[in-house]
Design a protein around this ligand. Structure first.
Ligand code: SF4
Length: 477
């Protein structure tokens, strides 16, 4: 068969959406690597092609169907070359649509939900034979126990910052969100498993660990003492692992920002001064309709306490505009909240109904034109504060973890403690290292900086932050 004459079988994974999907795509590659698959950077020579889909964006399922339409030609080309291309759809669209995908897109051989990735080798083998396999069950077993740990070589190729999933699923049931339906109930991995994964990553050269989960600060995994630990306690433990220079966690819910977690931002130098804390709206009525389980005042209290604990913290958030029934006055409450917090960055979206969620059935939908207008006004406010936050770093020094070559020859790019991309003229040898950089200017999407000479390694960094300047410039109080 062609796979024998062509050498190792090749896998191409295309990942959409959030960091959870990026992590899952890597684990899928790792589990199939055990069976001899190697990753290819192009779909053209793949034996197995996985679309790891996301259900958050507007018309997500329709976009997947049009991508699958294009894959028909690729599959025919492969067949002409004597190759069988197995097409799999994974991720949240797979979970939500199930069998329907194979019915509407016969090019698909396998539909696999996020809880079944550890079974991929078997599922792919069956799909290659039958071309009709659907696995979107929520099995009781811990899939993480069965997923392959990445090899040291795979880890090295993925860079100096690595994701570690510590939590999956969500019990919050915000009325606009599909996650509780596609990813199921909250599940927390135990401390020992997380620790082992982190130690393996650090041994392979990773410096920054990004803990991820749909509701990461609701994490409450079993500790070695037999008790459920909090995320704060986990962060303290991970900070003790030799070689862990930086820690971050995302995505958090305001209700789960407990005292110990806020204090960790003050006490742990390795915990970077940056937090993504979605609020979605500044209006109490809309927050209630969204079933967010917190009001505006509670959110602002959490923000105030975070700023007290870590004055230079860079805050980011998610916003939805045009939620059903949102009035102009309620939208202005959101604008006012943006001004009050002074976010360093934020993601904002027009509300779009997700089938199966309570808000989708509301007959009080806001017009497209109104949503577009509000989105433009909100993004202008967010951009204003982001620019002010970035400008306040100019002239300061920051510890930058270098990750990749920059846009221009001789440049390297890395991340500041506040998660800004920083472009620096530097030798390629700085890749994977943390160096002190003087910030010299701001661009559209990144900062510019110069290495402090001589090269100075900085373990954590961020403490010589422009605290007061940042708070004033970013509209903080
Ligand atoms: S907390 Fe986040 S993941 Fe959970 S339902 Fe709400 S928006 Fe979705």
């Amino acid at each position: 068969m062609s796979s024998v004459t062509r050498g190792p079988r090749k896998l191409y994974v295309k990942s959409y959406g959030c960091q959870m999907n990026v992590y899952d795509s890597q684990r899928m590659a790792d589990v199939l690597a055990r069976e001899g698959y190697v990753e290819t950077s192009t779909p053209d020579d793949a034996d197995v092609l996985v679309l790891n889909t996301c259900h958050i964006r507007e018309k997500a399922a329709e976009k997947v169907y049009s991508e699958l339409g294009r894959l028909r030609v690729l599959k025919q080309d492969a067949a002409r070359d004597g190759r069988r291309l197995t097409v799999a759809v994974a991720g949240c669209v797979a979970q939500a649509e199930g069998e329907e995908i194979i019915r509407r897109a016969p090019v698909v051989d396998l539909v696999v939900g996020p809880q079944s990735y550890h079974r991929l080798p078997d599922l792919v083998a069956r799909a290659a034979e039958t071309g009709r396999v659907v696995d979107t069950e929520f099995p009781a077993e811990d899939k993480f126990d069965h997923l392959a740990a990445p090899s040291a070589a795979a880890t090295r190729s993925r860079g100096a910052a690595a994701f570690v999933t510590v939590q999956e699923g969500c019990d919050k049931f915000c009325s606009f969100c599909v996650v509780p339906y596609t990813r199921g109930a909250e599940f927390s991995r135990p401390v020992a498993k997380i620790l082992a994964e982190v130690e393996g990553l650090v041994a392979a050269g990773v410096k920054e660990i990004r803990l991820i989960g749909q509701n990461v600060n609701a994490w409450h995994g079993d500790g070695p003492d037999g008790r459920a630990w909090s995320l704060a306690r986990l962060l303290h433990r991970l900070a003790e692992v030799p070689g862990v220079a930086r820690l971050r966690y995302t995505t958090s819910h305001p209700r789960d920002m407990d005292d110990a977690l806020i204090a960790a931002h003050r006490d742990l130098p390795a915990l970077m001064p940056q937090l993504h804390l979605p609020v979605q709206s500044g209006s109490d009525r809309v927050l209630d309709a969204m079933n967010r389980r917190h009001d505006r005042a509670e959110y602002l209290r959490v923000i105030e306490r975070l700023k007290t604990a870590r004055p230079d913290i860079a805050l980011s958030s998610d916003f939805i505009v045009g939620f059903p029934g949102e009035t102009e006055a309620e939208f202005r409450d959101t604008l006012a909240l943006v001004d009050e917090v002074g976010f360093a960055s934020a993601y904002s979206f027009k509300y779009s109904p997700r089938p199966g969620t309570p808000a989708a059935d509301s007959d009080d939908q806001v017009s497209e034109a109104e949503k577009a207008d509000r989105l433009a006004r909100l993004q202008a406010r967010i951009d204003h504060h982001a620019a002010a936050f970035n400008a306040a770093t100019v002239g300061r020094t920051a510890a930058v973890l270098f990750e990749n070559p920059g846009r221009h020859d001789g440049q390297m790019t890395g991340k500041s403690p506040w998660m800004q991309a920083v472009q620096v003229m530097a030798p390629p040898s700085v890749k994977g290292e943390i160096h002190t950089v003087r910030i010299t200017g701001t661009g559209t999407n990144s900062l510019y900086g110069a290495l402090v000479s001589p090269l100075r390694h900085d373990v954590h960094g961020g403490r010589d932050a422009p605290d007061a300047a940042m708070r004033v410039a970013s509209g903080g109080h």
